[in-house]
Design a protein around this ligand. Structure first.
Ligand SMILES: Nc1ncnc2c1ncn2[C@@H]1O[C@H](COP(=O)(O)OP(=O)(O)OP(=O)(O)O)[C@@H](O)[C@H]1O
Length: 437
């Protein structure tokens, strides 16, 4: 196979360096974007490194200083001597376009990185001594590292910059949180806050998925932003039927079994219309294939095509990863850490459902606590908000509180803890605020 010339933009590299030699303030405009590694020509990277070092020492980056620095480091000859620096300077008229030129150089650098990652993937593919799953994981990670701009997004900021951003948000009245539509819960938690990892935990069949459907539907309806539901538990068909049941009020079991009554068709059609308007995106990749890298790449694509995300939901955390692995708590902890990072990176609330240990059944008071979360690992530290669900009628058929779900706010980094009660109809997954009845 012939080796094509790697993507480069030598002219832009030269103009950037010329601009830096010409204008003492120019480097400050590209320093966050451009690293020395981004230059294809080694001599260019060395000259840029010299300028960076001078800039960090608060020294000018003009010809004489750069030449002196290179000479002191015995690098002047290597980069082509003083003649090279003069040539760069003479070819440049101004540094006015330096930011744009930097983005062109970075673009080519990332393409070269992609090609290098491609070669690594080929090597990984040939390495039959490594388990296929690990090969896939490593491959995804390589691409993930390339496509995330975490360094750019999370670079250190001086407090003045933080204050400016904070003030802009306050004066725009920008919403840091999305109401859940359940008044009492919103009073306690102040809505679902962007960048928070929210864990909704309960025993099987308590209503976690229904609550996730409610939040999905409410945020998609009120915020008009994409809500992405990763359903490792149910197929997209089952989940769609759940959402359709919420909208139509038609019993979910009958929808699941495709046995609706003739007089329900009209209602069904209306529900199809309203639900079809919402930007709810279901990803039912099976649990074994659903890695944080995969979640990120799906979210990145959706954000690119549809704009800022409103909510991410995952059903459910213990279903992911190698379930036969020895240390499940560690494995689950790895996921919760990754979900917190995703919430931050995408500036979105991330709701992850979680199972509760069976042990809670043997307690006198069957209301779960944080310690009851299965394979809890680091979940407790990673989460910003912990919601534990409890229904008395789940345990007592003659419960004095039928149709009521308790939402126990057991951890809340941004507000109070406590319990609120909401109305819940499990046949159609509808939730209501009891105080507003
Ligand atoms: N059509 C229906 N009529 C009555 N109850 C229903 C109906 N559909 C679902 N349910 C009830 O809703 C509850 C299931 O809710 P959901 O699936 O949200 O629970 P979950 O906590 O996510 O459970 P799991 O972890 O098992 O998935 C169960 O108690 C089930 O009996």
């Amino acid at each position: 196979m012939n080796n094509p010339v790697p993507p480069t933009n030598i002219e832009a590299e030269e103009s950037i360096l010329g601009g830096i030699l010409l204008d003492p303030f120019a480097i400050g405009r590209v320093i966050d974007l451009l690293t020395p590694e981004a230059f294809y020509i080694t001599a260019h990277a060395t000259i840029y490194r010299a300028a960076l070092d001078l800039y960090r020492q608060d020294k000018p980056t003009e010809l004489f200083s750069v030449k002196a620095w290179l000479s002191d480091q015995k690098l002047l000859k290597q980069v082509g001597g003083e003649a090279k620096l003069i040539q760069l300077l003479e070819r440049t008229v101004s540094a006015v376009n330096i930011d744009h030129l930097a983005s062109l150089v970075v673009d080519k650098y990332k393409r070269r990185e992609l090609i290098a990652a491609g070669h690594d993937l080929v090597k990984l593919g040939h390495d039959t001594t490594t388990e296929l799953e690990s090969v896939f994981d490593q491959s995804e990670q390589k691409i993930f590292n390339l496509t995330t701009n975490k360094q750019d997004q999370f670079k250190p900021k001086v407090i003045g910059d933080c204050l400016a951003a904070v003030f802009a948000k306050i004066s725009q009245g920008s919403e840091p949180a999305y109401p859940t539509g359940l008044g009492d819960l919103d009073t306690l938690i102040g809505g679902l806050i962007k960048q928070d990892l929210i864990i909704v935990a309960a025993r099987a069949s308590m209503g976690k998925t229904w609550l996730a459907c409610h939040l999905t539907n409410h945020i998609a309806t009120t915020q008009n932003k994409p809500v992405v539901f990763f359903s490792a538990e149910m197929s997209s068909e089952q989940l769609t039927k759940r959402l359709l049941s919420m909208h139509s009020g038609i019993d979910s079991h009958r929808l699941i079994h495709n046995t609706i009554y003739a007089d329900e068709y009209e209602t069904l059609k209306q529900a199809l219309g309203t639900l079809g308007e919402l930007l709810i995106i279901i990803d039912d990749t099976p649990a074994y294939a659903l890695t944080p890298a995969k979640i990120c790449s799906v979210l990145r694509k959706i954000r690119h095509e549809r704009g800022e995300l409103g909510l991410v939901v995952l059903d459910y955390i213990q279903k992911l990863g190698d379930r036969a692995a020895g240390n499940r708590a560690q494995a689950v902890g790895k996921f919760s850490g990754a979900f917190k990072d995703i919430a931050k990176e995408f500036d979105v609330p991330f709701v992850a459902l979680a199972q509760i240990n069976r042990g809670v059944e043997s307690q006198g008071n069957k209301r779960p606590g944080m310690a009851d979360i299965k394979d809890s690992g680091d979940i407790e530290q990673d989460m910003d908000l912990g919601l534990l669900l409890y229904r008395d009628e789940y345990y007592n058929s003659d419960s004095s509180e039928p149709g009521v779900m308790e939402i126990i706010v057991s951890k809340n980094r941004n507000g109070s803890v406590g319990t609120c009660k909401v109305g819940f109809d499990p046949s159609v997954g509808r939730f209501s605020s009891l105080n507003q009845k």
